[in-house]
Design a protein around this ligand. Structure first.
Ligand code: ZN
Length: 76
């Protein structure tokens, strides 16, 4: 295994690490619902992109059934 010829100075190490970072995400606002949206992406909340609904949004399922049967079991 090769080993560096000499210790890298603190300044050289910090200079190398000066490029190690994550760029902040560039966000715009959805034309329809005004929520933050990434460029060239359909809106996550309403599916709107380039003047039309690009993704059909499915309405959340309603919790229709009741828990009456389960309640009677716990009483017995
Ligand atoms: Zn939207």
């Amino acid at each position: 295994m090769s080993v560096p010829a000499s210790k890298k100075s603190n300044s050289a190490a910090k200079r190398r690490r000066s490029h190690i970072h994550v760029d902040p995400v560039n966000l715009g606002n959805c034309e329809k619902c005004k929520k933050p949206v990434r460029p060239h992406h359909a809106c996550n909340s309403c599916g709107f992109y380039k003047g039309r609904d690009a993704i059909a949004q499915v309405a959340p399922k309603t919790h229709a059934h009741t828990h009456a049967a389960e309640e009677t079991k716990t009483d017995a």
